[in-house]
Write a protein that binds this ligand. Structure first.
Ligand code: BES
Ligand code: MN
Ligand code: ZN
Length: 492
């Protein structure tokens, strides 16, 4: 059931929602209208409690207050948003998510926004609420099944009646986050369920709802198309590979962007098998393709005037009698031959063919997303993704999009001196270099397949999966990169 998000007029205090969340800025709490009014109802005890608990409206501070029947809500939550002048669309997105998460096991939430600080941020607020309410509970039974889920969120803005523009922005934000929730679902889904074929089914659903064209190639189709590297990676699994191409095409598009996602529904490492600890996390190795799936749904909701291609190379990397091996040499869609060094470096292989395919669509820009290297996680940690591009102005545009989306990305260098690691004695390219600079040499390998199309590569190996809930991000699959990609499309 989709969450209902509405703008209410009137005062939040008398809302009969289960949970009343009130944003507080730093500084005198008694000067903030909703808090002052609440304190009066509580006979001065609210501010005293806040003082005792050292709640001062600082960023990330949360104070849970029982209401003892003095207001209709059963729980009151005060949420610090920090200094008033620091409140912006990004921080409102986060605080909305925190409020929704705090209420995610209740049926209804009333959220009082900070006084006069809402500006044009209703889209971000809509995003935050739906992001924060996200849970993945489909496999729970009996007692573990959620008894309640958040059904309605009513927003109260400081002053004045809600406008039509604000309502629209709120709805759009909620729709965008709803679309990106499908990306989170796909990452969370266990790999015995989310096979390449099932990933393709979910793409078909998104395409149908968004009235977009979609083409799916099965194993035979991939072979016939000449995607020899993608085929090689998928050949060791009974869950056969799929190649997916979605197109959002508005009437008079100003430009064309192709997004390419790595869709390894499970990465065991293949014959170069991974160690057991943490192998289960490799169900998230389709995080890049999840971002593309989420983006396409979001694009269908926001309808930018840009042609957007969503391209996904889906496969499962397994050890098997039919699996590809180190030492094998394959051709590729692009034509270059590749010597296989380590079957665990499968992502760059499926991407190489998908990038070559993307190039044939004659896009103005290609952007790819992949959970590509452990080295990237070592470099930037679990919350920040790397991006690579040789184009300085594109880098600037991308940085801006990431910051608008509230996602963490850091530009890394395409170091030419590492290129020689990819020289093979018997083929055009080796597909891995040495350990040091592993995220960079992976990017250099991909670059061989984009020709001269402006290109951005995102290594999202860290943030695709989160080990804890934080701001808009839930524990588990995050959908990371989808919102940045949407902002990038909208910034063209
Ligand atoms: N999917 C992994 C990368 C990964 C590692 C993602 C940890 C998320 C968390 C990728 O296919 C891989 O195995 N890469 C190897 C490359 C190496 C063999 C050159 C790696 O990073 O170890
Ligand atoms: Mn691998
Ligand atoms: Zn992988």
């Amino acid at each position: 059931m989709a969450l209902k998000v509405q703008l209410s007029s009137g005062d939040a205090i008398s809302s009969d929602a289960d949970v009343l969340a009130v944003c507080a800025t730093e500084g005198p709490l008694e000067k903030q209208s909703v808090i002052a009014a609440l304190d009066e109802v509580f006979g001065g005890e609210l501010l005293e409690h806040a003082r005792n608990a050292d709640f001062r409206g600082k960023k990330d501070q949360v104070l849970d207050v029982p209401t003892f029947g003095r207001i209709p809500a059963k729980r009151l939550v005060l949420l610090g948003v920090g200094a008033k002048r620091g409140v912006n669309a990004g921080s409102l997105r986060v605080v909305s998510a925190v409020a929704a998460r705090a209420a995610s096991t209740s049926s209804s939430l009333a959220l009082a926004l900070p006084d006069k600080a809402t500006g044009g941020a209703f889209r971000e607020i809509g995003e935050g609420i739906v992001f924060g309410a996200y849970r993945f509970t489909k496999y729970f039974t009996g007692d573990r099944r959620p008894k309640k889920e958040l059904g309605t969120v009513s927003l109260y803005k400081g002053r004045g009646k809600p406008t039509v523009a604000e309502r629209r922005a709120l709805d759009l934000g909620a729709a965008v986050a709803e679309a990106i929730s499908a990306a989170r679902d796909a990452v969370n889904e266990p790999p015995n369920q989310l096979t390449p074929a099932e990933l393709a089914n979910r793409c078909k659903q998104v395409a149908r709802r968004g009235r977009m064209k979609i083409t799916v190639l099965d194993k035979r189709g991939i072979e016939k198309a000449g995607m020899k590297l993608h085929y090689a990676v998928g050949q060791g699994s009974v869950n056969e590979p799929r190649f997916i191409h979605m197109v959002y095409k508005p009437k008079r598009a100003k430009s064309r962007i192709a997004f390419v996602g790595k869709g390894l529904t499970f990465d065991s490492g293949g014959l170069c098998i991974k160690p057991a600890p943490g192998m289960g996390e490799m169900k998230s190795d389709m995080g890049g393709s999840a971002a593309v799936l989420g983006l396409m749904g979001a694009v269908a909701a926001s309808k930018p005037n840009v042609e957007v291609h969503g391209i996904i190379a889906a496969a499962e990397n397994m050890p098997d009698a039919a699996a590809y091996r180190p030492g094998d040499v394959f051709g590729s869609l692009d034509g270059k031959s590749v010597e296989i060094i380590n079957t665990d470096a499968e992502g760059r292989l499926v991407l190489a063919d998908a990038l070559a395919f993307a190039r044939k669509q004659k896009p103005d820009v290609i952007v790819d997303a992949a959970t590509l290297t452990g080295a990237c996680v070592v470099a930037l940690g679990k919350t920040c993704s790397a991006f690579y591009t040789g184009d300085a102005s594109l880098a600037k545009q991308f940085d801006r999009a990431a910051s608008d989306a509230g996602e963490s990305f850091w530009r890394m260098p395409l170091l030419e001196e590492l290129r020689e690691q990819l020289k093979s004695d018997i083929a055009d390219l080796k597909h891995t270099g040495d350990r040091w600079g592993g995220s960079i040499s992976a990017a250099l390998f991909l670059r061989e397949f984009v020709g001269d199309v402006p290109w951005i590569h995102c290594d999202i190996a860290g943030p695709a999966l989160s080990d804890r809930a934080r701001g808009v991000v839930p524990k588990g699959g995050t959908g990371h990169a989808a919102l940045t990609f949407l902002k990038l499309v909208e910034s063209v």
